[in-house]
Design a protein around this ligand. Structure first.
Ligand SMILES: Nc1ncnc2c1ncn2[C@@H]1O[C@H](COP(=O)(O)OP(=O)(O)OP(=O)(O)O)[C@@H](O)[C@H]1O
Ligand SMILES: [Zn+2]
Length: 460
């Protein structure tokens, strides 16, 4: 397909603001613009934090494929001023600058490992304080914000559309939210645009004294500076829909900006039915998995296997299957002379990012022996960074015979009540570094990375 034919492809996206799947029409096909809320940098990214990165990376790749790489602008920020960062600095005795610089680099490394392209712009909030101050000043002048005791607050009741993104009324939202009641607020719902800083906290000169911005105004100011008054797509996790995105919309619209046309939200990565989050403490980091030898592409594959608007969890089973499938596909796709993503695959992604369907299409291409199609598909999905990564080249070690051997010994022992042989085998296996798990479902052996099977010779 030529570029112009590709541009005619219809992309449909589910717009949170209208609660419908809509045809995506960019404001300017020569410059398609997307903003995604980035991390607050004070800690390693957990697996949940990787989900929006991967989801919006797929969208970014699709937009680049359709409109041309030089016709898409993707902005994802770093929030490098925040009370959580201040707290981390205070408890660790390290400087704020050191913590944010280190965490930012960790984030970039970990997200590169899961195959995410770097956005075109990655603004840091602290570099945009003058733009935030200018925006806040305008809001005060027009009566949308007011100063009180060194704080500047946004008058939520003044923006009649507040709550439209979530489809809820202001009163319903107040009832369900943890709104901070403060004596200087005209209304408990009003949120902070600017707050005072003391000696120990980072601060900037402003018409309201030495202070720092609130979180919400950061995104409004950075999006405006880098993408203009109106842009195409705004993304983030569904946990940000309220209050963060409602507040971004209120500020930007009242500043006279058109702001985003399409709002996309990814659902949560869960652990036992609850959102994986730093505050709940139920998390593991992307780095933990990489250090355990889980390839970044396997993490990416598992994420893509569930549609972005559905909650999902991470399981060992999904991980094993992803690894096996990818290994097979890589070896097959490496045979291809060239890479041509099939029109079917592009159409699946264009249908509100049907990544699950795209992986099914990869299975079909693999079964049909269409290596060029498979290679094209994998590369469009961001899954074939290298031709054959080292982990995929190493054949998986097959220990099923040893598992059966131990399983039989256990069955015998259950009858004779003599577990000596079972214990002997277990001991022999653990002595060469193999992890042995025995449950009612069977026996599972996990060898250490790079295990050489000949080490089992003579020990069993
Ligand atoms: N479990 C999750 N699944 C999917 N996306 C998530 C998850 N947790 C956070 N995100 C997304 O990651 C990005 C960064 O979020 P943030 O830094 O607030 O992390 P967090 O773990 O939610 O922190 P906290 O628990 O302290 O609120 C946001 O886009 C957010 O929507
Ligand atoms: Zn934001």
């Amino acid at each position: 397909m030529t570029r112009d034919e590709t541009r005619d492809l219809t992309i449909k996206l589910h717009n949170t603001a209208t609660r419908r799947k809509e045809v995506f029409t960019p404001i300017d096909p020569d410059n398609v613009r997307m903003y995604v809320c980035g991390p607050t940098v004070y800690d390693r990214a957990h697996l949940g934090n990787a989900r929006p990165v991967i989801v919006f990376d797929v969208l970014y790749r699709l937009l680049r494929h359709v409109y041309g790489p030089q016709h898409v602008t993707y902005v994802r920020n770093f929030t490098d001023v925040d009370d959580k960062i201040n707290a981390r600095a205070a408890e660790s005795g390290r400087s704020i600058g050191e913590i944010t610089a280190e965490t930012t680099q960790w984030y970039l490394d970990d997200m590169a490992a899961v195959g995410a392209l770097e956005p075109d712009h990655m603004p840091r909030a602290t570099q945009y304080v003058p733009q935030m101050v200018a925006m806040i000043r305008g809001l005060i002048e027009d009566g949308y914000a007011y100063e009180a005791e060194g704080h500047v607050l946004f008058r939520v009741r003044k923006y009649t559309e507040y709550g439209a993104l979530s489809g809820r009324s202001v009163d319903d939202m107040i009832a369900g939210a943890r709104v901070e009641v403060a004596p200087y607020k005209e209304d408990p719902m009003d949120f902070v645009l600017w707050k005072p800083s003391d000696e120990g906290t980072p601060g900037w000169e402003s018409p309201w004294g030495q202070g720092r911005p609130g979180w919400h105004i950061e995104c409004s100011a950075m999006a405006h500076d880098l993408l203009g008054e109106r842009f195409d797509i705004h993304g983030g996790g569904i946990d940000l829909q309220f209050p963060h995105h409602e507040n971004e919309i209120a500020q930007s619209k009242c500043a006279g900006h058109g702001f985003a046309n399409y709002w996309l939200h990814n659902e949560m990565l869960q652990v036992e039915g609850k959102k994986m989050s730093k505050s709940l403490g139920n998390f593991f980091t992307v780095r933990d998995l990489l250090d355990q030898g889980v390839p970044g592409e396997v993490i990416r594959f598992v994420m893509l296997s569930t549609h972005y608007r559905k909650p999902m969890d991470w399981t060992e089973k999904k991980r094993d299957e992803a690894e096996k499938t990818l290994r097979k596909w890589y070896l097959q796709a490496a045979e291809a002379e060239n890479a041509t993503p099939s029109a079917d695959l592009v159409a699946l992604l264009a249908d509100d990012l049907n990544t699950h369907g795209a992986l099914t299409e990869c299975h079909r291409l693999s079964n049909a022996g269409d290596t060029a199609g498979l290679r094209g598909a994998l590369s469009l999905l961001g899954l074939m960074g290298e031709l054959i990564p080292e982990w995929a080249a190493v054949q998986a070690l097959d220990l099923t015979d040893v598992e059966a051997f131990l399983s039989d010994a256990r069955a015998t022992a259950m009858e004779t009540k003599d577990f000596a042989e079972v214990d002997r085998i277990k001991k022999a296996l653990t002595s060469v570094g193999i992890e042995v798990q025995m449950s009612k479902d069977g026996v599972k052996l996990t060898p250490p990375p790079g295990f050489d099977r000949s080490r089992l010779d003579g020990v069993l």
